[in-house]
Ligand binder design. Structure first.
Ligand code: FES
Length: 212
């Protein structure tokens, strides 16, 4: 196995060549916030903009889910500019996400709660107005519920449904502010050939897809 040696926050790490910084850090107990990353995905989606780090010698922070490790690399995960970017990214996500933890099926098993706790962020954004979606919940499937109001658009369910399992039930519908996960023509899940593998529920990092 080809390996490289780098330091993250002063900790020396030996890891596989070609690995992305995010996974090298997580494998070594260094938390970097992330919602959309999937290690096996050949082209990272890089949509959540939470996984920024600074690399010595670079002018700007980079997303750690897209950047490969290299020998002698020096990485920092909590510099002032990293924290500024991550905080803003998190606040933007939370400006569209209702904070209803007690009633949420992912309570205590939620990536947003973990990020807030690890980074010392508040779940309710301080600087941004919350404009919450009020979309209909899809309760048509006998085994699981999809609540688009809790979705963070990480794309994990779409990736596993389409690219891994080749089922092509889920995709992004609409554009911009209106973007949401759904079926073709936004039909109810029960009417769209979902075979109940429940992998989408497994990978959802929040409470948008949940078992009944
Ligand atoms: S984990 Fe890197 S952008 Fe989402």
């Amino acid at each position: 196995m080809d390996t490289v040696s780098l330091t993250i926050n002063g900790k020396q790490i030996v890891t596989e060549k070609w690995k992305k910084i995010l996974w090298a850090a997580l494998d070594n107990g260094i938390f970097i916030p992330h919602l959309c990353a999937i290690e096996q995905r050949p082209l990272p989606f890089a949509a959540c903009r939470l996984c920024f780090v600074e690399i010595e010698g670079r002018d700007e922070p980079v997303t750690s889910c897209t950047e490969e490790v290299s020998d002698g690399m020096v990485v920092y995960t909590r510099t002032e500019s990293v924290l500024r970017l991550v905080r803003m990214g998190f606040e933007m996500i939370m400006s569209r996400h209702p904070v209803i933890c007690k009633d949420c099926p992912a309570n205590k098993n939620c990536a947003l709660q973990e990020i807030a706790q690890q980074m010392g962020f508040k779940l309710k954004p301080k600087r941004l107005l919350q404009i919450l979606p009020e979309l209909p919940v899809d309760d048509s499937h006998p085994l699981f519920t999809y609540n688009p109001n809790l979705c963070v658009l990480c794309g994990q369910c779409i990736y596993v449904c389409n690219e891994v399992l080749k089922k092509e039930v889920l995709d992004f519908n609409f554009r911009g502010f209106m973007t949401r996960v759904g079926t073709f023509q936004d039909r109810p899940l029960a009417d769209y050939g979902c075979d109940s593998c429940l992998k989408c529920v497994e990978v959802c990092p929040v409470g948008a897809l949940s078992i009944k």
